[in-house]
Ligand binder design. Sequence first.
Ligand SMILES: [Zn+2]
Length: 230
Amino acid sequence: MESIDILVFGAHADDAEIGMGGTIAKHVQEGYRVVVCDLTLSEMSSNGTVELRQQEAAHASSVLGLYARTNLGLPDRGLESNRSTIEKIVEEIRRWRPRIVFAPYWVDRHPDHVMTSKLIEEAVFNAKLRNYLPQLPIVKVEQLIYYYINDVDAVSLTVDISEVYATKQAALKAYQSQFDPTATKDSVETPLTNGYLARVEARDFLLGNSSGYAYAEGFAIKRPFNVSLF
Ligand SMILES: [Zn+2]
């Protein structure tokens, strides 16, 4: 049965890159298999069409070296915690059998990011129940880790991404329709077109500085993380 190391969930293509593009690139370069699953096709985006956003996501995926990228096609701005949505996410977890799952942090200005966080937590829980979707073998995820999209709060883990920073930036630049106000003719101003990438870089820079690195990404966890000290 196939299994991967890391499965990252986002509401929209670009969430994973904003929050943890460096951590993804670093682990891919170390030989780990990383899959990103976007819950929606971002059909409510103010800029860029669904087709363009999918092309941009494919480009970013190849920059990062993802093992695969999938999309559940759930409704953008219509994400709800219900049976069928959680089943779809559990099916995705059981399809890939990851050791570690990443989800957006549970507080964010975008309601879809908050809902995605909650949905993934529920799905990770259900994925280990043998009487839930019993036709698919259970998956016990070792750790659920939360990444930051728009904001940053208490950071419990940092990953040094100094060596792969250029790769993170190249992956983010793939989402031209989101971050570059001149990319499309009828582009409108959004929080993303107004210095957003500079803010992401400043956050990664400050987090890196507080840990003694040039750049770092920060993460939060709800359950204790087991480490071996030596
Ligand atoms: Zn998003």
